[in-house]
Design a protein around this ligand. Sequence first.
Ligand code: ADP
Ligand code: ZN
Ligand code: ZN
Length: 809
Amino acid sequence: MRQIEVAVSLPVHNTYTYLVSEAMAAMVCPGKRVMVPFGNRRLTGYVLGDDAREYPPDQLKPICDVIDETPMFPISMVGFFRWMAEYYVHPIGDVICEALPGGINPAESAVYEKVGDTGNPFAEKTGGLEKKILQVLAAGPARADRIAKKTGCEIPKNILLKMEKNNWITKRKKIVRGRTRHKMQRYARLSDTGEPHAKLSEPKTQIIDFLRTNGETPIDRLNDIVPRAASHVRDLAGKGLVEITEKPVYRDPFGDAVEPDTPPELTMEQKQVVREAASALGQGFATYLLAGVTGSGKTEVYMHLAAKTLEKGRSVLVLVPEIALISEIERRFRARFGENVAVLHSGLSAGEKLDQWMRIAKEQSMVAIGARSAIFAPFADPGLIIVDEEHDTSYKQENRFHYNARDMAVVRARLTDAVALLGSATPSIQSISNVSTRKFRELNLTRRIHRQGLPEVTLVDLRKQKDQRGIARFITPALKHEITDTLARGEQVLLFLNRRGFASHPVCAQCGAPQKCRNCDVTLTLHKKSNIYKCHMCGYFRAAASPCTHCGSNAIKALGMGTEKIEAAVRSLFPAARIARMDRDTTSRKGALLKILKDLKHREIDILVGTQMVAKGHDFPNITLVGVICADLSLSFPDFRAGEMTFQVLAQVAGRAGRGAAPGKVILQTYNPDHFAITAAQQQDFMNFYNQEIRFRKALDYPPFSRMLQIKISGKDQDKTRRHAEASGRLCRQLFACDDPKCRAVEILGPIEAPLSRVAGRYRWQILLKSASSASLQHFIRRLYFENNAHFGNRGIQTAIDVDPLFMM
Ligand code: ADP
Ligand code: ZN
Ligand code: ZN
């Protein structure tokens, strides 16, 4: 019998071998899901391929069923999944599960059934709940959740167990389909065998005639011809005259219609860049870093290269940071490539995501655009993988499975002999360093399309505003003056502050205690509009009228600021201006973000206040003034990338000014006017920033000069978590002390308490591993993990492995 290798949907690092019966052999191929026996239950598994591992066949079990008709992913992705599982030390089944659309796997669940008739002699003697359960089951078998709903009571497991033991009820295991399914459309067509029938009613005759001339038709559409077509069709099917079939349909996630466009003539610079990168297409693996100033026409370059890739019959994958940007890039790609574009992002419903996924898997769309998780788009043979705004930290996933989609784009390109193209106006230190070591090739766009210069950036020293009172400390005279001028010219203003809410630092006026979250080691933020104090880490909130948690006083000062406070201040300073705010609070409703962007585009907003959401890639030619309220908020984070992130967001937000015909201006307010991250942002010169930052990284042996891996340990019990972290640290040091040279090449820092020592009720500890060699780190963590299974399998403590960590907090 055929043997196949299966990754099961469980957090296990191994894959398993199963047999395939003759009857199913033809249906099984890599990328399909199967049901397999595992222990005493049945699970979903993913077929990776034939399995040559030798086992005595009597030790192997056959698969129970094949779930998919079409594979969920192509065979070429199996290697990619394996690579990720290995590199990130993550169970391969979980990697695949993370990749696929959610909610599609069947699950096994228990169904209960009543034994015997209703005159059960026991029923008299039983307590109320058992009686109720039997009453529910008298109507037919049901799952525990349904029993709970029908009885309106919680159903403890042991009651069911007891009733089962007493033989009042029986339990059966049943497979239930996943929540997310293909949407099916019902079609009608004339059957070949049915005899024409003389005595049909008028509507039925109409249907038959229509089907004769038009062939197979969705039943919904027949409703336009005769009312209640569905029931007529059912009758006709009963008579054998018509056949009904079901086919999957695709839900359309696109809202507005998009007008097709024609490519503009490229500028000389763009032409050169396209020529250079196009020459690498189809010539094996290569990675390019496209450093192009804001507004230099990078997207146009992407689209030209995409067209050249499609000409070669290969597909194109485009990664963009977040939903707002997807809609813009999506619109431009749709205008150019029409139906050939599929999108994948978190704004889609589960069903829409599955539809888009299948379009890609079946190669009905050859261009896929999406956020981070689109790196898993199931193309068999991508020829070009684009990562726009490659410096953006949203490519890093921080929960469940820690991976970086930007890095994986390069890996996937290597595995499929494709070209990876990373673009940014503010490339990451990592990528620039890869250019200097010749791992990446460099491409440059140095000029804005309409030959405007970059905006002029003026620094305002906030230390000199100390004497100003209230909001004048932050809307400084210089900024106020520029806003007034800009509004007078009928142009638009963008005000940026990297913190939402009204006041980020509420303090008790009586006892001085900062108002902290109940579950986290951070202060709450006052949100005036919703009238609550809210925790930005865990979502905990309490009424804005709540007294001090420390002394009970009601006098709480709203220190610290956020976008809400700036918005209020600007409203009072410029009562005639139309003002909007863009941050996570104002955009959580579906469509809200698009509405703001539309209003901005149609000049229905004069001043937009926002968080880093406004910094990202938008192209609004009428914005000529950008005000950075306080540039330093992220500069003091206890994170070695704090300077890099600050530089990037400032240079990006500055780049939003002056993209049209009129020149742009930026007012950059800061407490650190001499810090090189600030001065480099003022010059919008990433090489200047790089040259200074790289010296500091080298001195401290930080990436890109070393590789890092963080072990994140967290638990609800403070003492237990600390002890577990300390024990983990000892295991690391034991490994270091053994005479394995690869393990000796790893430096161990910690365990230390995380800078955010408690989040959502969990205490957090970290161990940082550092090494010049990625292979040594890999070797070390595997030995640590797999040789101390019992320790890291501790149920009360969570251990996450973060390879190439981006956030050290
Ligand atoms: P970037 O992504 O580098 O910030 P964009 O690709 O958004 O820049 O380009 C900025 C603007 O210039 C866009 O409105 C775009 O349509 C326009 N543009 C790009 N290339 C050309 C070109 N060759 N000719 C005319 N307009 C162009
Ligand atoms: Zn919290
Ligand atoms: Zn107090």
